[in-house]
Write a protein that binds this ligand. Sequence first.
Ligand SMILES: Cc1cc2nc3c(=O)[nH]c(=O)nc-3n(C[C@H](O)[C@H](O)[C@H](O)COP(=O)(O)OP(=O)(O)OC[C@H]3O[C@@H](n4cnc5c(N)ncnc54)[C@H](O)[C@@H]3O)c2cc1C
Length: 493
Amino acid sequence: MSSSNPALPDRRAQVVAALLARVPAACVLFAPEDTRPYECDGLAAYRQLPMIVTLPTDEAQVLAILAVCRALNVPVVPRGAGTGLSGGALPIHDGVVLSTARMNAIKRVDHLARTAVVQPGVRNLAISEAAAIHGLYYAPDPSSQIACTIGGNVAENAGGVHCLKYGLTIHNVLRVRVATIEGDIVELGGGALDAPGLDLLAVFIGSEGMLGIVVEVTVKLVPKPALAQVIMASFADVVTAGNAVADVIAAGIIPAGLEMMDRTSVRMVEPFVKAGYDLDAAAILLCEADGTALEVAEEISRMSAVLARAGATAITVSQSEAERGRFWSGRKNAFPAAGRISPDYYCMDGTIPRKQLARVLAGIAAMEVTYGLRCSNVFHAGDGNMHPLILFDASVPGEFDRAEAFGAAILALCVEVGGTITGEHGVGMEKIGSMCVQFGRKELDAFFAVKHAFDPCALLNPDKAIPTPHRCAEFGKLHVHHGQVPFPELPRF
Ligand SMILES: Cc1cc2nc3c(=O)[nH]c(=O)nc-3n(C[C@H](O)[C@H](O)[C@H](O)COP(=O)(O)OP(=O)(O)OC[C@H]3O[C@@H](n4cnc5c(N)ncnc54)[C@H](O)[C@@H]3O)c2cc1C
């Protein structure tokens, strides 16, 4: 990257010198061999070596780094653990990556208030581990929870298996402390369930690092249920399984988790995890009930009846914690298991109304033929949050382009059936073109206006998540008259 920009070494030296005047040397990486681990996030198909990586250990250092970047007009890419799947933490060649991974202290667990105050680099699972002694846990559980940080979860409004019943990040965060690019510390939300004024906490959660740096988070904790059991139900075709999901919810049941895996996913994960999945099924559903022993028994019985009526060919209920864990381990390891059957995979993330599951799954099956690529489906069915994994081989010329086109077509279908182009992985770089399918120019301009209010110098994660008119024109979703795009003053990315 530096060879394509001869001025970069001078610029890097200038910014490094300014940073070293404000923060310890251990916080600043600039040699390519040190910055290489930060060149991508979980969307490894997109890579860019950053000019500099900074690793602050406290709020004062975050503010100092932001002050330098503001003064020298350097773009800043916030980063947590880098597990994001949409390229949100993808570096910018002449920018600074600001990683909050070293800010990983759990400041307080208040078991009476059922809250925890944590720094942004604390891993999602570490919060539940710290709260376990009080019989409490943090409910949103992305499958990456062993590694991903709460700062990244806030920025992506992360979800997980248990979010159907317990809500997404936005429903489980009370307060966020934010460092702004202008050098202020602001607190959004508060200790109580509501805060005075505009609900800026809701604006901030899911803003993908474009509005400020999360430096502290207060999360809600919930009591660990006394018991949980999971049903594994097999189906002879995905359409019947999709309809069964809608039936469970229509019956007035809110399961603690309701996930679907199709045959391709089951067969890729079973030899790896040995979860005991039905290899003959076209799709399996995992439906969890939690609560007291009585509540669980009643819900398991009701869900079993609904699933049987919907056409399940086999129903197995976990009989121990070990068996429950085994059923879930297959689901939680589905993404890594894709590596066993394909050199590369591309994970999509669209959300649709539940009743459209069967239609969209059938549409994806047809697209496998159109694009000549396999796709496995493993997803949060109860939330209608699809995760098609498009399998491809990047070393075969043209396959990555076809995988990208396949992904864009899936997202367009999600929009067509009344859904959205993302559920929990964010827009980042990956879905920026699809934003032009979902939103009109006026809506996109309103998003830019919100960003401008928080980040007037457009330095925080620029060129991500909100497409410029030029991008929509490139994506073919803007009418360009005589080569004139509206808002020519906006940067071309
Ligand atoms: C195997 C696997 C399974 C996954 N399963 C799920 C799942 O079930 N549910 C789900 O929601 N996601 C899932 N993900 C995606 C990912 O783990 C989440 O998006 C997670 O929230 C990212 O956290 P992170 O710390 O890795 O953030 P990063 O990837 O480092 O960053 C993500 C975004 O947050 C911004 N950001 C990070 N830290 C801060 C901060 N301190 N202040 C401001 N902005 C910040 C970045 O700029 C970027 O835009 C999965 C990923 C993998 C690899």
